[in-house]
Design a protein around this ligand. Structure first.
Ligand SMILES: Cc1ncc(COP(=O)(O)O)c(C=O)c1O
Length: 372
């Protein structure tokens, strides 16, 4: 077995002295939750994405769950979503007793195919959870038009897409609920954390109540006007988020430069590189995922890369084929061939804002050899 000579991580957050200073300030203030830092972060986030309202939450998953409550999803409803995503975008429907209905993706964008969505609508359909996978904006206008025609709610899972734009406007600014996530592999991090943006005051007020155990603005601490959760974002996390937002442009630009270098370096490697931006879609770089040729031994390639110290991951397995999904709903291979084919062939390369050029060269050399 070849000895690994270096180790290149799949992702890494960018934390600097300013972040440390902001977190320390909150720590010293003693206001660790429900203090003034949460609203400051929310204001800065809303500003960054051009949203009217923003509610900080404890994770992207929590934000997706609350969005199901906003959409009025109830037991027996169906929620149409993408199989080529992280499990949380489907689990949120199950949390409310609804059934996730998976439909095919567009193999170019890896996002929901609006025609497939339309053909899956039934009288039980309540909402669509559209994911901006790998930071590439989903087909918002066709999906919003579908929702309008069929009386459905659109929830956007923008957990991977802070900074992306659809038709010239940032994700989060289009009015419907959009959910963002700040786990340390994301464009910005708060450790754990998330945010839900919306253009509706009523939805925002509901989010603020639901995340805080159903308290109403007028409630005392032990009075709960509705059934809620503890999905609050604490002030230490919010402080880190403020530091991260202060350098958002720098973080996004650095990620873009790393992606551009991968495009150059991969020009002669037999893989499909990520879809380029166009007039309607501007990606925010979350991960750099390549697709291997049909029939390639993706798992073998991944194992050979890991052996040489290059972290990699089979992004993303199709959700309907996860063990608990098979067991619960009887889903099997062949149900969604486009998504399954992408799942079998895609591979994430190490990717973060401060990945050095010589590390990228090494990653590409190792990938080339692993495929060869
Ligand atoms: C597409 C997508 N949805 C939802 C989530 C869930 O976010 P969190 O891990 O903050 O709960 C993630 C995070 O990995 C994600 O990538």
């Amino acid at each position: 077995m070849t000895q690994a000579t270096r180790r290149i991580a799949l992702s890494a957050p960018w934390i600097d002295e300013r972040d440390e200073e902001l977190v320390l300030e909150v720590l010293r203030s003693g206001r660790l939750s429900l203090g003034p830092t949460g609203p400051r972060f929310e204001e800065a986030f809303a500003d960054a994405v051009g949203a009217r309202y923003c509610a900080g939450v404890s994770s992207g998953t929590a934000g997706l769950h609350l969005s199901m409550r906003l959409a009025g999803v109830e037991p027996g409803d169906e929620v149409i979503t993408s199989p080529y995503s992280f499990v949380a975008s489907a689990n949120c429907a199950i949390y409310e007793g609804a059934t996730p209905v998976f439909v095919e993706i567009d193999p170019r964008t890896y996002n929901l195919d609006p025609a497939a969505v339309e053909s899956a609508i039934t009288e039980r359909t309540k909402a669509i959870v559209a994911v901006d996978i790998f930071g590439y904006p989903c087909e918002l206008d066709p999906l919003l038009a579908l929702c309008e025609r069929h009386g459905l709610e659109l929830v956007e899972d923008a957990c991977e897409a802070l900074g992306a734009q659809y038709r010239g406007r940032p994700l989060g600014s289009h009015g419907h609920p959009a959910v963002f996530a700040f786990y340390p592999n994301k464009q910005i991090t708060t450790g754990e954390g998330g945010a839900v943006t919306t253009g509706s005051k009523a939805q925002h007020e509901l989010l603020v109540s639901l995340r805080n155990q159903g308290r109403l603005e007028t409630s005392s601490w032990l009075m709960h006007g509705r059934f809620g959760y503890n999905y609050r974002l604490d002030d230490l996390s919010a402080a880190l988020g403020i530091g991260q937002l202060e350098k958002l442009d720098k973080l996004l630009q650095a990620r873009r430069s790393v992606a551009e270098r991968y495009f150059e370096l991969l020009a002669d490697v037999d893989v499909e590189t990520p879809l380029a931006d166009d007039e309607d879609h501007v990606r925010s770089w979350f991960v750099y995922v390549v697709k291997l040729p049909a029939g390639a031994d993706r798992d073998g390639v991944a194992a050979r890369m890991i052996e040489r110290g290059v972290a990699t991951a089979p992004y993303l397995p199709s959700i309907h084929l996860q063990p608990y999904m098979r067991e619960r709903y009887g889903f099997r291979e062949g149900m969604l061939p486009v998504s399954e084919d992408c799942s079998a062939r895609t591979l994430a390369l190490p990717f973060h804002a401060r990945l050095e050029r010589d590390d990228q060269e090494y990653v590409v050399d190792v990938l080339r050899a692993a495929i060869g």
